[in-house]
Design a protein around this ligand. Structure first.
Ligand code: HAM
Length: 423
């Protein structure tokens, strides 16, 4: 027997039952983002490797260990995008979007690739819904990014998550703070893990978000960046927080939110749920005022965030398991004999053309088996059709949740179903 070929580790298929949740997540997100004035951008999956090494930072874990980088047939080094922000910035600069509109609000949705060790909520091909605002340093824009993410999470039925916020200050403020932090860790480095020993030289900030117990203990008492912000950054952070309060969004200031990508300054944020295990962040982002210039554009302030779709789907599944009432919709035609089968196929086409979800068996099946299928597929109604119904030119419409039955004429079936779909 020929050996079966399997999917690559960490690159999953999404089958129809789960795809329903993806469609809901995408539809809710698009609807909300549209209300907030974001336009969609679609960038290629493959980019010049230099875009990510320069954009994300050569010392980051993503660039050092996780990128799918290879030479294409002409010998150019290309990379499967590990995130969306660098690509969106490249497109923003390349198409001179700044000249078209002073404030440019974009969103994107699609697969990203990181060669990580797969586990619950962590894949090698995963999907993000990302939002970016270009052209303003206003803290109201930072608050809008958090608000829109909160509304999307609530819109797909999530609750009980925590929003952490922090400010990393300007680059100058951060540089000064890093010296203070480094001095602290040199004096208190007992038990730092091997990785954090290295970070002490490369990026001491990342010690603050190390999950290792000893590192956490050691960083508990570390000086906080929020105590070392300049006046402007303090004001920026305070206005951002006030805005969230005005929108009734609960959050908590957490100095450990330093982010794993190098481009951030000032505000950072993460959405975290304790129902996800160790990969608890289902969205993260912040402000990045230098990246546009670093990638060849004019100096342009920007802020954004990306949601991890697989983690959102896990949370949606968890929320559904707490409330297992499925939403029933559409109609399944159940026919008793050959002539009613012919009529059922005609009516089936009519209601589908009118936009109602509908199906019928392709072959002659017993009544029991047809009813079983109608229930299994989550139809709201069964339209029963036999000799009596044919004679009266009507179907017996059975509501599958209440078992109530009504006679509905062939003529008015579509209208009846359409009004029922709305109720
Ligand atoms: P990030 O924190 O690297 O930020 O990723 C954002 C979200 O993507 C994470 O919170 C997580 O939910 C999800 N994610 C990341 N890696 C994986 C993985 N291997 N498997 C499953 N989900 C994953 C960014 O990517 C930034 N570009 C966000 C941003 C936009 N900052 C400013 N604008």
């Amino acid at each position: 027997m020929t050996q079966k070929i399997q999917n690559l580790t960490g690159m999953n298929d999404i089958l129809p039952t789960e795809a329903v949740l993806w469609q809901k997540l995408e539809a809710v997100s698009r609807g909300i983002l549209n209300c907030y004035g974001y336009g969609e951008i679609r960038t290629p999956l493959l980019e010049d490797t230099a875009l990510f090494s320069r954009g994300i930072g050569t010392d980051t874990q993503v660039v050092q260990k996780e990128m799918y980088t290879f030479d294409d047939r002409s010998g150019e080094s290309i990379t499967l995008r590990p995130e969306g922000t660098a690509s969106v910035v490249r497109a923003y600069v390349q198409h001179a979007l700044k000249a078209q509109e002073e404030i440019c609000k974009l969103y994107y949705l699609g697969p990203m690739f990181r060669h990580e060790r797969p586990q619950k909520g962590r894949l090698r091909q995963f999907h993000q819904i990302g939002v970016e605002i270009f052209g303003t340093d206003s803290p109201h824009a930072d608050a809008e990014i958090v608000t829109v993410t909160d509304r999307i999470a609530k819109g797909v039925g999530l609750s009980g998550y925590t929003i952490y916020v922090n400010s990393l200050g300007t680059r100058e403020e951060r540089r000064a703070y890093l010296e203070i932090l480094k001095t602290y860790f040199i004096q208190n480095q007992m038990g730092l893990c091997a990785e954090c020993q290295k970070r002490l030289e490369t990026n001491p900030l990342r010690i603050l978000d190390c999950k290792n117990e000893a590192c956490r203990k050691s960083s508990d008492q570390a000086p906080k960046i929020t105590d070392h912000l300049g006046e402007e950054s303090q004001k920026h952070f305070a206005t951002f927080q006030q805005d969230l309060k005005n929108h009734d969004i609960e959050f908590s200031v957490n100095p450990r939110i330093v982010r794993g990508l190098d481009y951030y300054e000032r505000t950072t944020f993460e959405f975290v749920s304790d129902k996800l295990g160790s990969q608890s962040a289902f969205a993260g982002g912040g402000r990045y005022n230098q990246l546009v210039e670093e990638l060849g554009g004019d100096a342009t302030s920007a802020v954004g965030l990306a949601m991890g779709c697989e983690r959102l789907i896990l949370l949606m599944q968890e929320a559904l398991s707490q409330n297992p009432n499925p939403t029933l919709s559409g109609v399944y035609f159940v026919s008793f004999d050959e002539p009613s089968q012919v009529k059922a196929r005609e009516l089936l086409q009519k209601v589908r053309d009118a936009g109602v979800r509908a199906e019928a068996a392709y072959e002659s099946k017993s009544l029991k088996s047809q009813m079983r299928r109608a229930n299994k597929l989550g139809y709201r109604y069964a339209a029963l059709l036999g000799g009596d119904e044919m004679a009266r030119q009507e179907v017996t419409l059975k509501d599958l949740s209440s078992s109530e039955q009504k006679a509905i004429s062939f003529e008015s079936l579509t209208t009846h179903l359409k009004s029922g779909e709305k109720s």
